[in-house]
Design a protein around this ligand. Sequence first.
Ligand code: ACM
Ligand code: ZN
Length: 600
Amino acid sequence: MAAAGLWSCSGSRQADAPKGKVSIIPMPANVSEKEDSFLLDKQTVIVATNESDKKTAGLFNAWLKELTGYELAVKDQGNENAILLQTGSDTTNAEGYTLSVNHNNITINGNSGSGTFYGIQTLIQLLPVQKAHAMYVPGVEIKDSPRFAYRGLHLDVGRHFFPVEFIKKYIDLMAMHKFNTFHWHLTEDQGWRIEIKKYPRLQEISSKRKETMAGRYADNKYDGKPYGGYYTQEQVKEVVKYAADRFITIIPEIEMPGHSLAVLAAYPNLGCTGGPYEVGTHWGVYDDIYCAGNDSVYLFLQDVLDEVMALFPSKYIHIGGDESPKVRWEKCPKCQARIKQEGLKDEHALQSYFIQRMEKYLNSKGRQIIGWDEILEGGLAPNATVMSWRGIEGGIAAAKQKHDVIMTPGEYCYLDKYQARSPNEPLAIGGFLPVSKVYSYEPVPAELSSEEDRDIKGAQGNVWTAYINNTDYLEYMVYPRAAALAEVLWSPKEKRNYDDFVNRLKVHTGRLDLKKVNYAKHVFEVTGKITGSDKGVQVALDSKLEGGKIFFTTDSTAPTPRSTPYAQPIPVTQSGTIRAQVFLDGKPFGNEYNQTFLFH
Ligand code: ACM
Ligand code: ZN
C-alpha cells in the first residue's frame, strides 16, 4: 500500500504510529503494552555478537524476507534503528527472555541462546502478517519463560512416511510455537524408517510393505500398492542439525519389544516362532514381537542403538514398550527358559527384564530411557522416564515412585482423533478432541502432592498416522490443536483463557497462511443459535472469523459467495433447510452449518 512509501520517505522515527495489536501464541508470562512503537524498515540492523545469536538472526531474516522481500544486515555493534540480541548464560531458567520495543530499538535479552531464540519468535509475532516494506512493531515490555521444561510434539513416520522437507516444516512450526522436543517415532510394524548400516535388510525389507489398509479398519480392504521409505543417516543428521538450530531436541523412538513386525520380516530369527513374517499392512497390534529369550535380540538392538546414538545427541532415547502382547512369549521355550533362569514371576516381569537390560546398556553409554506407561508393568526400570498415554494413572504411579513423567493422555493429547463432528471430516481413527478440549488440558494431575508435581516435566501431542496419509491432512490434524497445546505448556496456568486464545488465533492464522499450513478452521466456522418455537423460530448465525462473511441458502443448495449474505436472524416459517458457510476472500472456512426444520 501507499503507506509503506510514506513511511520510508518520512525518515523520522517518532512514536505516533498506529498501535499494532499484540497477539502472541503461546501467551507470554508478562506483557505490558506502551504508547510507543518501532519502525522496522530496510535500514534496520540486527546486532548479534555470538554464533548462536547470528544463527537466530538468520532465522529472523528468513521470516522477514517472506514478509518484505528484504533481509536486515547483521552487525557486531549499533544501537539506533537496531534489533539488539543479547544472550546470557543462565542455566536454571535458560529459555527465559525479556523483549523491549521502543522507538529507537528493540532489545532481546535471552537467558541463554534458546531464550534469545524464543524472544525472536515473539518478535516475529509482533510483526504484521500482511506483506509490507516497512512496518510498525508495537511498543511492549515482555518478560517471559516457559511453565514446563518438556514441550513436545510426536510424529509417527512408520504408518505413513513423510519426506525430510516436510519434517523440516514440522520443526519450523514447532519452533514458532515454542515447542522444544520432537519425538520422532521411527519404527513400526508397518515400516522401519531409519537407515542402519549394519543391518541392510532393514532398508531392503523392513522399510517396505506390499500394500496398505484402505478405509475403515472394519472393512478390511487393501489398496494393493507397495509402500515404503526410510531416512538415510545423512538425512537424519541434517534434520537433527536443523532442529538444534531451532533449539529443538529430537528424541528418536526405537520400539521394543512390540511393534517390531517389520524387523522380524527381515530377520525372522529374532521372533519367537521363527516366522515367516511380513511387514504389517493393517493397523492395530500384532502378536509377533521380539523374542525375549534370544540373546541375539539384545545384541541386534544394541547395534541398532549404537548407530542411533551416533546420530542423535539427545539425553533421552525412547524405547517404546507399549502394546506388547505376551501370547508368543507364553508358548516360546526360549522365553520360558529365560523366565525360569532369571527367577521372574511372569511374562510382564519378562518385559520388565527386557526393558531393564536395554536401559542398563543405554545408561552405560550415558543415555536415559523414556518408555510408554506399559513399562510400569512388572516393575519400572530404575532410571526410566514414563510417558503416560493410557490416561493419567501411569503418570501418577510413576511420579509417586519419583520417576520423571511426560503426560500424553489420549483424551487430551492424541491429535489423530476427530476434531469436529461434521460428516465431512476425513476418516480418522476415532474419538473426539476439539481444540477447546486440548486447550483445557492441565498436565499436573490433581492427585499429586506439590512434591510429586515436580516430576511432571511436561506434556506432548501425539500424531499417529495410520489414517493420516498425506501432509495436507497431517497439518489439518495438528494445527491449530498444537497451538492450543503450546499455550498449555508455555503460558502460566492463570493466564489461560480460551476466548482470548481464539481471538489471538484469528491473527495467528495469518502467520500459518504465510507458512502455507493447511490448518483446520472449525474454530471459525458458522455456528447457529435457534430461538423461539412453532412457526416463530429464528436462527442467528455467527462466526469468529475476522473479516469473514456468512452466506446462506434456504432451498437446500450449497451456500456460495453469491448466496444471500447474512445480516440478521433468519425467520423460519416453513419446513426446510438452512445451509450457511463463512467465506474469507471468497474461500470457504471450516464446515458448513446445516439445519433442517420440520413443521407439522
Ligand atoms: C500408543 O499410543 N500406543 C503409545
Ligand atoms: Zn521367545
